[in-house]
Design a protein around this ligand. Structure first.
Ligand code: ATP
Ligand code: MG
Length: 799
């Protein structure tokens, strides 16, 4: 109605309103960051429901992360003023898991299939590569994994790959064999990897049109956020879901009691669902995972008659932040020129900072966060981004020391810890008895005297007799093993059976299709970790680290308790699904009151009052791996653009002059992308040029464009350097002494000199090695022991 319509379009600009009110088959919204794309999607969903054009259950909205999904659901419900249950708002992966669990039988899969994460994939590939001696042809678990993933994202399977294999190329033939065995092992274990979740759903729909029709009928409105990052398999899935249903199938569906009448058109068929996609090709950052910008570019061809809406005004950031973003992204070729603008004014300048070390940089971030907090910015409205997970170490160390509340989003690695994987493997083995990987993981964890030879014996016995690993365990007494080992194997099988029995609902519940009477996930987990001896082995261990491991397992138990409480009636498989999806992408709950730490990839679609982009160094951003990839540096630039455009009011850009990587400290160069930001936009607190002038506040970024300046050339001296890892000069010290980053370039030291170090105190130089900028002082400190320091940047002075 007119009134409700105006409420939902109130405060939208004319183009946004047009997109919300459009009622055709296909709608494409292309626009830069922060222009309200996601907001339009949200309002569009609310508008469809409020006008009674769609039931919540007829909506399928795809977001990029679980966090984004939860947010979108919340906003839709807030707009409607009521719950909208039945609406599917989820990631591609979650939506596909839901479909596959329901329809698993059709494609010969158990509905309790396991979802393998990256580490599981590599474990399996490692075994295959070893058995095939494929490493001699250069195969590693990592590169085989990448290749398989690429193929699956292209919807290739073993058969289609085999057809195109060059049989004269031993590497290709070998890879085919790896791919074949990998596929077979997952199938035997009733397991799917992440890419399978999408491709198997496409396969399901293509092979079983009747199943597809059920979903085509159900979802009348499909909306996809971040469309620029869909890969071919995801694109194919969308195409399947938006197909019209022909009249004869509609008749057939009606005969099976499916309600179709309300939906049919004049021909008696059901028209395809309406599709809305929104995206920004400047934010395409998943090409390495097969994301295909062409999906957005060719949308109009694929969906003829599609309406295209362009949004230009940015509502998120200040003009200074947008000008920086515009300047950076304009360096990418092959893009449609578009400029973000805001009506909200310039805002503060961007703050720049260069630390000596990652710790120094982290200290700057922590200090600034405290200052922001004191000025009234909530911790939850502050985020710190980085390119690689390894960069969290220094940040976390300093944050802990500063008692700053923070949370690492996504990369917590909790579920990747060995002890958590062990406990989870017990649960998986109970839920999916076919899962050999899980069984082999727990076979001798905790230690029960079952060695690798026995494991292999069980595996080959299974192979020879066409048994599953679990069945072979049951037949252990026929394997001629010692009585103790046999008893250990049988004992484990009994334990798993007993746990499985706990999960069976009572008779009436089974008849009613509910889970009544089944043990809670937490009870089963407690039973397993106690009876298997897993938790006691950790608690009673002499290894001090095992104490933490035991606590982690207890934390997992606590998590299952939360899960049981929040999801009454949910099954073990539900829990396992949630863990695999959440652990892989991001976390569901949005902790308030903490600073968020995350990778740039995870940051997509989010926004914060203040954003810190850290580690802006060559090798990190652009990442060194991108150098060899075609289009790599351009994609890294888009990643930087995504990071910049997350900030509403305050943006901080920081880097360190040296950074510990792989146990060494390397001298770092400022990221090339920093030079692309007009000087006037950044206020350097400590400049990236290694200024020597005392109190010199002149930003050395000015040198950036001077040929041969500190940034322009690749300084051959700046090679990897092995110096002490613990030198962590404090920012205040640096500021006090020089007002800028220290450069000891011309400090002459020789054996016998006394020096003072900001952290280690006084000491005597025992030796100087290396030349020029690579000179290293070997110092015997009075209290801190022996250290090696890179003289050029070490926070030292000669006494
Ligand atoms: P991204 O490309 O980063 O995903 P986006 O295009 O999806 O960005 P949104 O997140 O939807 O942008 O919007 C950015 C911010 O601007 C949000 O805080 C949103 O609420 C706000 N916004 C969008 N449109 C308007 C408007 N017409 N009036 C006021 N605020 C708006
Ligand atoms: Mg968005």
């Amino acid at each position: 109605t007119a009134t409700s319509g105006s409420r939902l379009t109130e405060g939208l600009n004319p183009e946004q309103r047009e997109a919300v009110e459009f009622r055709g088959q296909a709608l494409l919204i292309v626009a830069g960051a922060g222009s309200g794309k996601t907001r339009v999607l949200t309002h569009r969903i609310a508008s469809l429901i409020e006008s009674r054009e769609a039931w919540p259950s007829q909506i399928l909205a795809i977001t990029f992360t679980n966090k984004a999904a939860a947010e979108m659901r919340e906003r839709v419900e807030a707009l409607l003023g009521e719950g909208a249950s039945g609406m599917w708002i989820s990631t591609f992966h979650s939506a596909c898991v839901r479909i596959l669990r329901r329809e698993a039988e059709a494609i010969g899969l158990s509905s309790t299939f396991t979802i393998y994460d990256s580490a599981d994939q590599r474990t399996i590939l490692k075994r295959i590569i070893k058995e095939l001696d494929a490493d001699t042809l250069g195969f590693t678990p990592a590169n085989a994994q990448v290749k398989i993933s690429k193929l699956k994202n292209e919807l290739a399977d073993v058969e289609s790959y085999a057809r195109n294999v060059n049989t004269n190329d031993p590497a290709e033939v070998m890879f085919l064999e790896i791919f074949r065995q990998y596929t077979r092992r997952l199938r035997d274990a009733s397991a799917l990897d992440f890419d399978d979740l999408i491709s198997e759903t496409v396969y399901l729909f293509r092979a079983f049109p009747k199943v597809a029709s059920l979903y085509q009928r159900r979802f009348r409105h499909i909306l996809v956020d971040e469309y620029q990052d869909t890969n071919h398999a995801q694109y194919a899935l969308i195409r399947e879901l938006t197909q019209p249903i022909p009249a004869d199938r509609v008749v057939e569906m009606g005969e099976h009691g499916v309600n179709v009448r309300a939906l049919t058109d004049a021909s008696g068929g059901i028209p395809g669902a309406s599709l809305t996609v929104v995206g920004d090709s400047d934010q395409s950052i998943y090409a390495f995972r097969g994301a295909d910008i062409r999906n957005i570019v060719e949308f109009e061809r694929d969906f003829p008659g599609a309406k295209v809406v362009l949004l230009e005004q940015n509502y998120r950031s200040t003009q200074n932040i947008l000008s920086a973003a515009n300047a950076v992204i304009s360096n990418n070729f092959d893009r449609k020129e578009k400029k973000l603008w805001t009506a909200d004014g310039d805002g503060d300048k961007i703050t720049g900072y260069t630390g000596y070390t990652a710790h120094d940089e982290a200290q700057f971030v922590a200090d600034e966060i405290e200052a922001l907090h004191r000025s009234g910015v909530a911790y939850r409205d502050i985020a710190v981004f980085y390119r690689t997970n390894a960069q969290t170490r220094a940040l976390e160390e300093i944050f802990v020391r500063s008692a700053l509340p923070y949370r690492v989003v996504g990369g917590t690695k909790f579920y990747e810890r060995a002890e958590i994987k062990d406990a989870m493997a017990y649960l998986i083995a109970v839920a999916n008895p076919l899962d050999e990987l899980a069984l082999r993981r727990i076979l001798n964890t905790p230690k029960r005297g079952i060695g690798p030879a026995t494991e292999t014996a069980i595996a080959s016995f299974a192979e020879q007799n066409a048994l599953t690993f679990r069945q072979a365990m049951r037949a252990a007494d026929g394997l001629g093993l010692g009585p103790k080992v046999t008893a250990a194997i049988t004992g484990l099988a009994d334990l798993l059976d007993e746990a499985a029995a706990m999960l069976v609902p009572n008779a009436e519940a089974i008849a009613a299709g509910t889970n009544e009477g089944a043990a809670k996930v937490s009870d089963v987990l407690v039973f397993l970790v106690e009876r298997s001896g897993l938790i006691d082995a950790l608690r009673n261990s002499r290894d001090p680290q095992d104490e933490t491991r035991a606590e982690n397992v207890e934390e997992l138990v606590a998590q299952t308790r939360d899960f049981d409480r929040e999801n009454p009636g949910a099954t073990l498989v539900d829990f396992l699904t949630q863990v695999s999806l959440v652990a892989a992408a991001d976390e569901l709950d949005d902790a308030s009151g903490t600073v968020s730490l995350m990778t740039l990839h995870t940051a997509k679609g989010l926004e914060y009052h203040a954003v810190f982009l850290t580690g802006l160094e060559e090798g990190l951003l652009p990442h060194q791996m991108s150098a060899s990839e075609p289009g790599g540096p351009a994609e890294e630039r888009r990643l930087f653009y995504v990071g910049i455009t997350r900030a509403r009011k305050r943006l901080y850009l920081s880097l360190a002059m040296s950074r510990a990587q792989f146990g060494e400290v390397a001298v770092a160069m400022p990221s090339r992308y920093l030079q692309e930001i007009p000087e006037g936009l950044i206020d350097w607190k400590q400049s990236p040029g290694m200024a020597t002038s005392r109190g010199g506040t002149q930003p050395r970024a000015l040198n950036a464009r001077r040929p041969g300046g500190a940034w322009g050339t690749r300084d051959r001296d700046l090679e990897r350097y092995s110096v002490t890892k613990s030198a962590a000069p404090r920012a205040e010290w640096a500021n006090r002494v020089t007002g800028t980053v220290r450069d000891n370039g011309d400090l002459t030291l020789e054996a016998g000199d006394r020096i003072r170090h900001v952290d280690f105190g006084e000491g005597r130089v025992t030796q100087v090695t290396g030349e020029g900028t690579k000179r290293i002082a070997h110092v015997s400190f009075d209290t801190a022991g022996q250290k090696k320091l890179l003289i050029k940047i070490a926070p030292i002075e000669k006494l």
